[in-house]
Design a protein around this ligand. Structure first.
Ligand code: HPA
Ligand code: ZN
Length: 316
């Protein structure tokens, strides 16, 4: 079954490039850039990958991202991820990047976009992996800073296909970002947003009604609200679900309690994604394997999940 799952053609629609930074590359970039790290070696860094919640993970994720300094660093990061895509039959990917994580440290937006963009181009030509980049705003920072980020990125409008919203969820509802999403929409940019990972179903309603997103990232807490589930089914709004992430961040206590297959069987357009594979112990195929092992996912369900991912693409 594992081989069969690996061979399924699939798209990945919820992947943070910064979260695909494997410890080995992280140490290599730290050495290349002369960045001092708080861990003596790769093993002790891996040992720190134990989180009680989303915030504990994010603290480590932002610390790790500090080794990314040059266009070449962003190229190497993105290229390593694209090689994984080819290996795992991910034929299309729509990765996120967080510009503010880098510009706030003095890394020019141009360097970030140049490195990622060049790797995505090479991935299309040399690996046959199609892609579209999503520019994601950090919700723990004020909307004014998201707006400045959008304005700074608009001259490079062709480098990305949509905008997103991520980082600490609780206490940072989508409604705080309505104006920046209005502005992005006026520029013709589609939107997605993280909602209903740790936050309540109300955040999913806000993402749909106020930010006018076309996909919800995570969204698993929608299950608490039958009216919301009815709407997601009715409008076939995709949820980009990340099973291993949800277990590592304790959204569900164990994989056998995960609701992705119940949502699928109810008619919700759910997809399988890895979120931050370097930090959560697996890429897309390991997520599929876990659903088979712990939830008894059938081939029919796996095919439906993979078809949903190809269907829910924003980029051609
Ligand atoms: N949730 C919110 N923000 C994030 C995540 C996530 O799972 N991964 C990287 N940034
Ligand atoms: Zn995410």
């Amino acid at each position: 079954m594992h081989e069969w799952l690996n061979a399924l053609p699939k798209a990945e629609l919820h992947l943070h490039l910064e979260g695909s930074l494997e410890p080995e590359l992280l140490f290599l970039l730290a050495a290349r850039n002369g960045v001092a790290l708080p861990w003596p070696d790769v093993e002790s860094l891996r040992g720190a990958y134990d989180y009680g919640n989303l915030q504990e993970f994010l603290d480590l994720y932002y610390l790790g991202a500090d080794v990314l300094r040059t266009a070449q660093d962003f190229y190497d990061l993105t290229w390593a991820y694209l090689l994984k895509c080819r290996e795992q039959n991910v034929v299309h990917t729509e990765p996120f990047f967080d510009p503010q994580t880098h510009t706030d440290r003095g890394v020019p937006l141009e360097a970030v976009l140049e490195g990622i963009g060049q790797a995505l181009d090479d991935g299309r030509r040399q690996l046959g992996v199609s892609s579209g980049l999503i520019l994601s705003f950090l919700r723990h920072l004020p909307e004014a800073q998201a707006m400045q980020t959008l304005e700074a990125a608009l001259p490079y409008r062709d480098a990305f296909i949509a905008v997103g919203l991520d980082s600490s969820e609780k206490g940072f509802p989508p409604r705080l970002f309505q104006r920046v999403f209005d502005r992005a929409r006026a520029e013709g940019l589609p939107a997605v947003a993280h909602a209903g990972e740790e936050g309540p179903p109300e955040y999913i309603w806000e993402a749909l009604d106020l930010l006018k997103v076309r996909r919800i990232d995570h969204g698993v807490r929608a299950a608490e609200d039958p009216r919301l589930i009815a709407r997601l089914i009715d409008e076939q709004i995709p949820l980009t679900v990340c099973p291993l992430s949800n277990i590592r961040l304790r959204v569900f206590e164990h994989m056998r309690h995960h609701n992705i297959l119940s949502l699928l069987d109810a008619g919700v357009k759910v997809t399988v994604n890895s979120d931050d594979p370097a930090y959560f112990g697996g890429y897309v195929n390991e997520n599929f394997h876990a659903l088979y092992e712990h939830l008894g996912m059938t081939r029919g369900q796996a095919r439906a999940l993979a078809d949903n991912s190809l269907d829910a693409r924003i980029a051609g």
